[in-house]
Design a protein around this ligand. Structure first.
Ligand SMILES: *[C@@H]1O[C@H](CO)[C@@H](O)[C@H](O)[C@H]1NC(C)=O
Ligand SMILES: *[C@@H]1O[C@H](CO)[C@@H](O)[C@H](O)[C@H]1NC(C)=O
Ligand SMILES: *[C@@H]1O[C@H](CO)[C@@H](O)[C@H](O)[C@H]1NC(C)=O
Ligand SMILES: *[C@@H]1O[C@H](CO)[C@@H](O)[C@H](O)[C@H]1NC(C)=O
Ligand SMILES: *[C@@H]1O[C@H](CO)[C@@H](O)[C@H](O)[C@H]1NC(C)=O
Ligand SMILES: *[C@@H]1O[C@H](CO)[C@@H](O)[C@H](O)[C@H]1NC(C)=O
Length: 353
């Protein structure tokens, strides 16, 4: 980055001021090629995209994506494809677990399938603004266990419904929307205001691919010591070669300090209720609910296949809007420079940092 420090802050001020008055887009659609300005809700993107429980109003207020978007290119339909996974009799998804040394890694794991071009830590675009109490609720655990010296295992069962992606690169001669073509003229090397104005009116990134569906997940909290033992055992032996008894044992309340509630990405109450009822496990006098009951159980997975609807975004790839300057390398590199500068600025200014 070759902008001076003073300029760096000046740019920040302009940007915040402009966000307040920004008259960006009037519509919101999860559609390939639609552009968004990620800075408007940087650190809080989960407010406008259904990716993790936001608040419990979903049952009355159904939406998947309400981030304002803008059309950049005309006639993209023939370049994109989407398919739905609905064949009966099989589970369309996967069961996985992720080992997280600390809270940051837990956030990163949850947002593993979300990428934002030119951003080193894309999960921060969703989690940067989280405060512990709220974050703990989303993740289904008690706040105490998010703040202490703990490690985590995120166990998740994902059901994919719809996948949207481009068939190939957007052709160089793809026709731009008229207003976008005009606004490109506002970008000149060395003029920060021009580049920022462009980002406000057209966006910073466009939707390059997405997957929707729903998931169930549960966070298991461990002391650092227990966590290391369990992680080493599972990593060396592999999940599938462990006996069922060993597996249950590792994730039982006598090994973990805390078992989170089972939550669904969309916070769908019907699905969460099903999990509480069907995934109970009893070991002598100890009774608890565990997502591990789904591991290798075709009957339960098949039931879940029908139950997990199309209520959440499971994967999203946001590509830089610099694609539209492919014919003008000088504008493209200036756009990149200003974008990178903004990203760094927002990364360091988030409350959790
Ligand atoms: C919950 O979400 C609804 C609709 O999305 C919104 O109107 C409401 O303000 C939210 N409540 C809180 C406490 O954030
Ligand atoms: C976690 O929080 C819930 C609700 O506040 C409470 O009922 C429960 O006892 C807590 N569990 C632990 C282990 O602290
Ligand atoms: C772009 O170029 C290709 C090949 O030259 C042509 O087939 C296509 O119609 C052009 N597209 C537009 C939008 O002009
Ligand atoms: C920079 O761009 C803005 C917006 O396009 C324009 O109003 C301003 O005159 C430009 N500044 C210079 C020094 O060219
Ligand atoms: C699958 O889960 C059901 C319901 O809990 C149980 O009755 C059945 O024995 C399980 N099957 C296997 C293969 O574990
Ligand atoms: C929750 O999931 C159930 C079962 O798939 C579905 O019938 C219901 O419409 C979903 N609720 C919402 C608010 O999406």
């Amino acid at each position: 980055m070759n902008l001076g420090n003073g300029l760096f802050w000046l740019v920040a001020l302009i940007f915040v001021a402009c966000n307040i008055c920004s008259g960006f887009a009037r519509e919101s659609q999860l559609r390939l090629g639609k552009a968004i300005n990620i800075f408007v809700r940087y650190g809080y993107l989960g407010i406008s995209m259904r990716v993790i429980p936001y608040n419990d109003s979903y049952e009355t207020d159904k939406w998947l994506f309400k981030e304002p978007t803008k059309s950049i290119y005309k006639d993209l339909n023939s370049l994109s494809e989407s398919r739905e996974e609905n064949a009966p009799g099989i589970f369309h998804g996967d069961f996985h677990m992720e080992f997280c040394d600390n809270r940051r890694q837990l956030y990163q794991a949850y947002f593993r399938d979300f990428t934002v071009d030119r951003l080193d830590k894309p999960w921060e675009a969703f989690t940067g603004g989280w405060f512990a109490e709220n974050a703990a609720k989303k993740l289904g655990i008690n706040t105490t266990f998010l703040l202490g010296e703990y490690s985590y295992v995120l166990v998740r069962v994902v059901r994919f419904r719809e996948v949207g992606k481009f068939k190939g690169d957007i052709p160089l001669n793809q026709t731009l929307e008229n207003d976008v073509r005009e606004r490109i003229n506002g970008i000149q090397k060395g003029n920060v205001t021009g580049a920022i104005k462009f980002m406000e009116s057209c966006g910073t990134h466009y939707i390059n691919s997405y997957t929707t569906g729903n998931s169930l997940y549960q966070v298991f909290v461990y002391t650092r010591k227990n966590y290391q033992q369990i992680r080493d055992r599972i990593k060396t032996k592999g999940l599938n070669s462990l006996s069922k008894k060993d597996l249950y044992d590792f994730f039982a309340p006598w090994h973990a300090v805390h078992l989170g509630q089972i939550r669904s990405a969309s916070s769908n109450a019907t699905v969460e209720r099903w999990a509480r009822r069907k995934l109970q496990y009893e070991y002598y006098v100890v009774k608890y609910v565990t997502l591990l009951k789904l591991h290798g159980n075709g009957t339960l997975l098949k039931a879940l296949d029908n139950l997990l609807g199309n209520d959440a975004i499971l994967q999203l790839d946001l590509k830089s809007l610099n694609v539209i300057f492919r014919n003008e390398p000088e504008k493209q590199s200036w756009f990149n420079e200003v974008l990178d500068n903004q990203m760094k600025l927002w990364e360091v200014n988030m409350p959790m940092n």
